[in-house]
Design a protein around this ligand. Structure first.
Ligand code: ATP
Ligand code: PRP
Ligand code: MG
Length: 285
């Protein structure tokens, strides 16, 4: 049975459970459940604190896990990212009261508050900056007002938390993060779990594709086919079928969902008609 770590709380947990559900895996019914077995798929899910997931996976007791890239790197655990999942996107940045610092080079002798001291200490050391780091569990934006630090390093998504605390980001982003699937570094890929792991990854990739692409169908005159196919090249190549009316063909291709409306306009302009888009519910590429 494949053993998978899933975040039990915070920004990662809802979207992770939703993605697993879309991929056809059974998920827990209530938030107090700490583990569930999905017998049909031969998978056991362990609901763990996001910060602990890399540690469990690196120990080899669990085969794979879902966590944040920033949490993985901060943990220093012997685990690596094998598939980015596109949710819980954030950047990790320094921030302070306006005028405190312009860049990391100004931080010598200052105190930086953060929940991610693994990332921050390494980043300061890599840049040759001698600053103190104080660990706080969360709500680090308040640390400056309360005099615990001059600077914070924290997750930024919309920037609302920083604005509300009267703080501004400065310097280059320290890192970009999103949810990722991780496994132990140097894991034995001839292990009996490997086919199940690959099947799990293909299912999640299928969900990612279904979320980012739509299926487009349209009819066009044979003379316009080359132009139309250039607009909808598909992933491999579009399907082209003859129509009963001579001189016309039907075309079917996957297109990026974000570009679908523009592509429909462009197809219409070159004379394509009956242009339809439909959602993709699941796929294996
Ligand atoms: N506002 C946010 N937007 C996007 N991603 C976020 C946000 N806050 C945290 N994350 C991401 O979520 C992960 C942190 O998960 P964790 O559950 O520890 O914290 P949290 O989502 O802030 O929840 P908590 O309320 O428990 O602090 C990190 O990968 C981080 O980059
Ligand atoms: O840029 P924003 O959209 O405001 O999002 C970023 C904020 O979200 C998270 O905080 P959370 O609410 O999880 O509280 P925490 O600091 O206690 O983790 C993170 O730690 C930032 O504070
Ligand atoms: Mg948080």
């Amino acid at each position: 049975m494949l053993r998978i770590a899933v975040p039990n709380k915070g920004s990662l947990s809802g979207p992770a459970a939703e993605m697993l559900h879309e991929a056809g895996y059974q998920q827990r019914r209530e938030s107090k459940e700490l583990r569930i077995v999905d017998p049909e798929n031969e998978v056991e899910f362990f609901y763990l604190r996001p910060r602990d997931i890399a540690i469990y996976v690196s120990s080899g007791r669990l085969d794979i896990g879902i966590t944040g890239r920033d949490l993985l790197i901060d943990s220093g655990a012997n685990a690596e990212e094998i598939l980015p999942l596109g949710f819980a996107r954030s950047t990790f940045r320094f921030a302070a009261k306006p005028g405190t610092a312009k860049g990391i080079e100004d931080l010598g002798g200052m105190t930086v508050a953060t929940s991610y001291e693994g990332i921050v200490e390494k980043h300061l050391a890599d840049n040759g900056i001698d600053a103190s780091v104080v660990h706080l569990d969360g709500a680090v934006e308040t640390a400056i007002e309360l005099g615990v630090a001059e600077v914070i390093a924290d997750v930024v998504e919309t920037g609302t938390s920083l604005r509300n605390a009267g703080l501004e980001v400065f310097g280059d982003p320290i890192m970009k993060s999103e949810a990722v699937v991780i496994r132990r570094t140097g894991a034995d890929t001839s292990d009996e779990a490997e086919p199940k792991i690959q099947q799990f990854l293909r299912r999640l990739q299928g969900v990612l594709v279904a979320r980012t692409y739509v299926m487009m169908d349209y009819d066009c005159r044979v003379e316009q086919l080359e132009k139309a196919v250039a607009l909808t090249p598909g992933l491999e190549s579009p399907t082209v079928s003859p129509l009963h009316n001579e001189g016309w063909v039907a075309v079917r291709a996957m297109v990026p969902a974000k570009e679908a409306q523009r592509i429909m306009d462009d197809l219409y302009d070159i004379g394509a008609r009956a242009i339809l888009t439909t959602a993709i519910h699941a796929c294996r590429l």
